[in-house]
Write a protein of this length. Structure first.
Ligand code: CP
Length: 332
């Protein structure tokens, strides 16, 4: 298996064996770092990090991961490069490709990530677009392996809330590749697109995965090993949509009653973060003032409970993104 020189723009760009090999490398790199014996595989490399949107985890994972492995990184934040305003993705890609060894892109249009990869001549990694969030899925898989205690084709996971969002699309695709029992609980208007669902169904037919979608959260979580939720409102989403979105998704909030409805005392909570689990953020305070809600997609009680593995999942962004850079820049 050779991933050197490959881009990672969406989950299905790697097959199940390739994806699991990157995750296995991530576990090795995590052990090396924790034991203080990390070997620098990326000495002399330089990566460009293009962020058209803000980030905490993804940016830090690329910067710290590159540094740990001996590489340098250059951060081009929102509004800090010519990309989009004065220069096309293709021209920017051809410039950066002559200067650096790999490019991370977080932006809006998946087409921009595809254009960068087609023109750069170096690996391009999707750090989130409106369509996919594939580096998040790598961390999710490592976290599932850490906490499941058995192979993932024997694990059930229910995603609750905004099934139309990029995180759900990536999770659905990856879970389908790995043979998981995947349920999505979301209202009719917030389901995965027909194209995403059809592609996942094809992968599921090959792997033996089970995919289900339901508008009944209690039925969907029955027996689930993991519940996974994500924010209901993305940054920049127009305020006039907020009330309608919250009304539609409130029945899918992960709270103590829904955790109990699993009937499984070992069920764990996953969340890609950031999370609106209290009113300690500007948006949280705005929602509280407007709607009287203390939390949105997950209650503080569940988020802060021992069932939550969201911070393990956040740490795993570092190890998996580092593994992705190593695998695609110098090989497994
Ligand atoms: N989960 C995630 O992508 O986090 P950031 O937006 O902080 O990068």
């Amino acid at each position: 298996m050779d991933l050197q020189g490959r881009s990672y723009l969406k989950d299905a760009d790697f097959d199940a064996a390739e994806l699991l090999a990157v995750v296995e490398l991530a576990a090795t790199l995590r052990r090396e770092k924790r034991d203080g014996r990390e070997r620098r595989r990326l000495d002399g490399k330089h990566v460009a990090l293009i962020f058209q949107k803000t980030s905490t985890r993804t940016r830090m994972a690329f910067e710290v991961g590159a540094h740990d492995q001996g590489a340098h990184s250059s951060y081009l934040g929102p509004g800090e490069s010519q990309l989009g305003a004065k220069e096309s993705p293709s021209d920017t890609a051809r410039v950066l490709g002559r200067m650096v060894d790999g490019i991370e892109f977080r932006g809006f249009a998946q087409a921009d990530a595809e254009t960068l990869a087609a023109s750069a001549g170096v690996p391009v990694w999707n750090g989130l677009t409106d369509t996919w969030h594939p580096t998040q899925s790598l961390a999710d898989v490592l976290t599932l392996q850490d906490h499941a205690g058995r192979p993932l084709d024997d694990v059930s996971l229910c995603f609750l809330g905004d099934g139309a969002a990029n995180v759900c699309a990536s999770l659905l695709t990856t879970g389908a590749m790995l043979g998981m029992d995947l349920r999505i609980a979301s209202p009719a208007g917030r389901r995965p697109s027909p194209a995403v669902w059809a592609a996942a169904a094809e992968l599921a037919a090959a792997s033996g995965a089970s995919l289900r979608v339901s508008d009944d959260p209690k039925e969907a979580v029955e027996g689930a090993d993991f519940l996974y939720t994500d924010v209901w409102l993305s940054l920049g989403e127009p305020e006039e949509l907020w009330d309608e979105r919250i009304d539609a998704l409130l029945p899918y909030q992960v709270n103590a009653a829904l955790m109990a409805a699993t009937g499984n005392p070992s069920t764990k909570l996953l969340h890609c973060l950031p999370a609106f689990h209290n009113a300690s953020t500007a948006i949280g305070r705005q929602i509280h003032a407007r709607r009287g809600l203390e939390a949105m997609e997950v209650t503080d009680e569940v988020f802060e409970s021992p069932a939550s593995v969201a911070f393990d999942q956040a740490e795993n962004r570092l190890h998996t993104i580092k593994a992705l850079m190593v695998a695609t820049l110098v090989g497994l």
